[in-house]
Design a protein around this ligand. Structure first.
Ligand code: FAD
Length: 522
């Protein structure tokens, strides 16, 4: 039984590992010359830059993946029971970070965010004592959302509207469908606290003003499992996943862009590459962007459900401008900055509206500044730092011409870090710079209009309303990764892979349920 996986993003690799452990012959076809998708690595002049994800949460999901064995794809339970990272350590070293983030405000103050409750309370007391009581209420309510939305329902494949209707009363009772920022405002008066406890949905492409409050769960996901960094960079983690796949007998072919998914009588039977080569398969898993997969890889007669009208109606997440830069160290970088920094500007709601609704390029910025060489100096030549700064920008529906804008935006973004005193003298110390814009997401990663995180996780594109992991249009076609359920971010795409592998196991009659579930079914 042969499975083809289109795309080697973390979701694609995770699915491939589970399928290989199930005993399938697995071939991953990747358009680019290396693995990882958004988690690719850019190397130049002695610097190693992770191009995408850097915040590793829920390492237990990695442990679950690295612990798979031939005949044991570990499809159940949702959350593995064992402690520690014994299997992960054979592939990659994860280190916990503290703080998780330093959130910088434009008035020069900052909030250090971590999983230590007493520390969080002390930070709130220091910056916004009036919100201490509000935090305690927020903590109670966000925890209840985390319990139901993540621990109990996180691995539910919402295959029909009925699946959603069954849990809707709970979500309403928890007020988890109200917009996140509006939810946070119920508990916090201070504008700084409102930002600290709402910005995180941006990390998965969600506008805090419009995503449902179910995303407050991120606060507890991080408090429960911490924030980690993969030594050597996220690229080392991706290399570990590739090694795991190969050990299980799976194969990857790079520079193998898929042009079409082939079907016969409504069933996926293989793919055709851009080169014209035809590869047969018993099932196909697409890890590529939703609109690309349905709109370009399937012919129109194969898609009744995901027709052009539905694809056009899809609201896409924002895009990103990311500058990767290397500079001479002064030695004092760790005084003001931490490994992960969120640099907020004066405006918050206005800035978000510019990016998500008006789709204009704002004059001011919010940055996420990554300075991994504070944790792992091996990512830069001696005496240097490697960093990236990420700025949310509208996707290419904006009509902005990034070929013209890009170089100027690079100057502006790095100049800001220098002038605002985050990295004083940066422009004189800069030795290397490279950038990506929405065009990279659109033309290199095949993401429609250059979206960075798939469909925007608004309420009507969440759960049953988010593209499903099993295609309604084509039998034997499955979909894994950030465009599909449950959503974007490394933990979610690993969940997506496990949920998809379960569907495949079920459809092939290979499902070995844990005894408790078998008894419940009987
Ligand atoms: C800059 C940035 C920072 C981020 N930071 C974090 C973070 O700190 N923590 C976190 O958890 N998440 C973060 N995310 C989100 C996270 O990186 C993504 O949600 C996740 O990596 C997406 O994985 P995926 O499996 O959906 O596949 P993708 O990474 O989207 O990969 C899809 C793959 O499919 C390939 N492909 C597409 N079309 C074809 C075709 N026709 N034929 C063959 N191959 C094809 C592409 O080349 C690509 O390799 C970040 C994202 C970005 C962009």
């Amino acid at each position: 039984m042969r499975a083809i996986v289109i795309g080697s993003g973390v979701g694609g690799l995770s699915a491939a590992i589970r399928l290989a452990a199930m005993g399938l012959e697995v071939l991953v076809l990747e358009k680019l010359d290396g693995p990882g998708g958004r988690a690719r690595v850019h190397r130049a002049e002695g610097f190693t830059f992770d191009m995408g994800p850097t915040v590793i949460t829920v390492p237990a999901f990695l442990e679950d993946l690295f612990a798979t064995r031939p005949g044991d794809p570990r499809l159940y339970p949702d959350f593995p029971q064992e402690e520690g990272l014994r299997h992960t350590e054979r592939y990659v070293k994860l280190v916990p970070l503290d703080p998780f983030y330093r959130i910088h405000f434009p008035d020069g103050t900052h909030f250090d965010y971590n999983d230590d409750r007493e520390h969080l309370l002390a930070e709130i007391r220091r910056l916004a004592p009036e919100d201490l009581e509000g935090y305690l209420r927020f903590e109670r309510d966000a925890k209840a959302i985390f319990q139901r939305g993540f621990l109990e329902l996180g691995f539910t494949h919402f295959g029909s509207l009925g699946d959603l209707l069954r849990v809707a009363p709970d979500l309403l009772r928890l007020d988890a469908v109200r917009p996140l920022f509006s939810f946070v405002k119920k508990y916090f008066q201070n504008p700084k606290m409102r930002r600290v406890f709402s910005f995180e949905s941006l990390l998965i492409g969600g506008n805090p003003l419009s995503v449902p409050a179910i995303y407050t769960m991120i606060h507890f996901v991080e408090r429960n499992w911490g924030v980690h960094f993969a030594m050597g960079g996220t690229g080392a983690l991706v290399a570990g996943l590739v090694r795991k796949l190969r050990e299980l007998g799976g194969e990857i072919r790079y520079q193998a862009p898929v042009r079409r998914i082939l079907t016969q009588k409504g069933r996926a039977v293989g793919v055709v590459l851009e080169s014209g080569e035809r590869l047969d398969a018993d099932l196909v898993v697409s890890n590529a962007d939703y609109v690309h997969t349905y709109g370009e890889l399937l012919s129109p007669e194969d898609r009744r459900w995901h027709g052009d009208w539905r694809l056009k109606r899809t609201r896409l997440s924002m895009s990103l401008f990311v500058a990767y830069f290397g500079f001479r160290a002064r030695g004092d970088e760790g005084e003001r900055l931490r490994h992960h920094n969120v640099l907020l500007s004066e405006r918050y709601e206005g800035l978000l509206q510019d990016i998500f609704q008006k789709k204009v390029l704002p004059e001011d910025f919010a940055h996420y500044l990554h300075l991994p060489t504070l944790t792992d100096p091996s990512l830069a030549p001696p005496g240097h730092h490697a960093a990236y700064t990420l700025v949310p920008v509208p996707h290419n529906g904006s009509g902005l011409d990034w070929r013209e804008l890009g170089p100027r935006y690079l100057e502006k973004a790095l100049g800001y870090l220098d002038e605002a005193g985050y990295l004083p003298g940066l422009m004189d110390r800069l030795v290397y710079a490279h950038f990506i814009t929405p065009d990279y997401f659109q033309w290199t990663l095949n993401s429609h209009l250059g979206n960075a995180f798939g469909p925007e996780p608004v309420l009507w594109q969440t759960a049953s309303f988010r593209p499903h992991n099993r295609s309604e249009d084509v039998k034997g076609l499955y979909l894994v990764g950030q465009s599909y359920q449950p959503g974007a971010g490394l933990p979610s795409v690993m969940m997506s892979a496990k949920m998809t592998a379960r569907l495949i196991a079920h459809d092939l009659g290979l499902e070995r349920l844990p005894r408790a579930l078998e008894e419940a079914r009987a």
